[in-house]
Ligand binder design. Structure first.
Ligand code: SF4
Length: 196
């Protein structure tokens, strides 16, 4: 083949264009109609990454109660559509892979509150209403039993008997409400991995 400078540049340009189209999925092989979009017939839910204090926005595509796809939220000011490797793995909260590499529902995913009652060795599943009622009652009882109004002649109105740990899964608005509950009930021990 007689390769001139001009024909070399044309060949290089055509090769680069083909590689680019393949990379973005426009080549003939990847456009197979037998591979439907993973997000087809899904409900799009916007949430916050569960893993660290950065609080990146995530879009979850959910079908029949199971997350089938996760992506960074392009409208979220924290990450503008990007996710780190941990955030990208949200998909695996719902799915794990079997020995043949096929996705199957994650058997370790907790979907209900658990309680280990006094003296029991096993965990028991609860309905959400019952779990919230138990948590609220114990919160109130503990606060009332250990509330300190005065210390060294100074009004303090606090309790040291409860501590509150926030969650990276909570957004700004939820953390604002948590702070209201914490201060209005006299807690002084609280923290959050993002220090919100
Ligand atoms: S995507 Fe990564 S950086 Fe963002 S909140 Fe999740 S773990 Fe943190």
């Amino acid at each position: 083949m007689d390769l001139t400078r001009r024909s070399f540049l044309k060949l290089a340009g055509a090769t680069t264009a083909a590689a680019t189209l393949t990379g973005v999925g426009l080549n003939k092989a990847s456009a197979s109609p037998s591979e439907p979009l993973r997000i087809k017939y899904t409900k799009e839910i916007h949430t916050v990454c569960t893993f660290c204090g950065v609080g990146c926005g995530v879009i979850c595509n959910v079908r029949d109660g199971i997350i089938v796809n996760t992506e960074g939220d392009p409208d979220h000011p924290m990450n503008e559509g990007t996710l780190c490797p941990k955030g990208v793995s949200h998909y695996n909260l719902s799915y794990v892979y079997d020995t043949k590499g096929n996705p199957v529902p994650n058997p370790n995913r907790l979907t209900k509150p658990l309680i280990r009652r006094p003296g029991a060795s096993d965990w028991e599943e609860l309905e959400w209403d019952e779990a919230l009622e138990i948590a609220a009652r114990r919160y109130k009882e503990t606060r009332d039993d250990h509330f300190i109004q005065q210390e060294n002649g100074v009004t303090v109105n606090r309790t040291d008997a409860i501590s509150w740990l926030g969650s990276a899964f909570c957004n700004n608005e939820e953390n604002y409400l948590f702070k209201k509950i914490i201060h209005s009930t006299g807690l002084v021990n609280f923290d959050h991995c993002a220090r919100l």
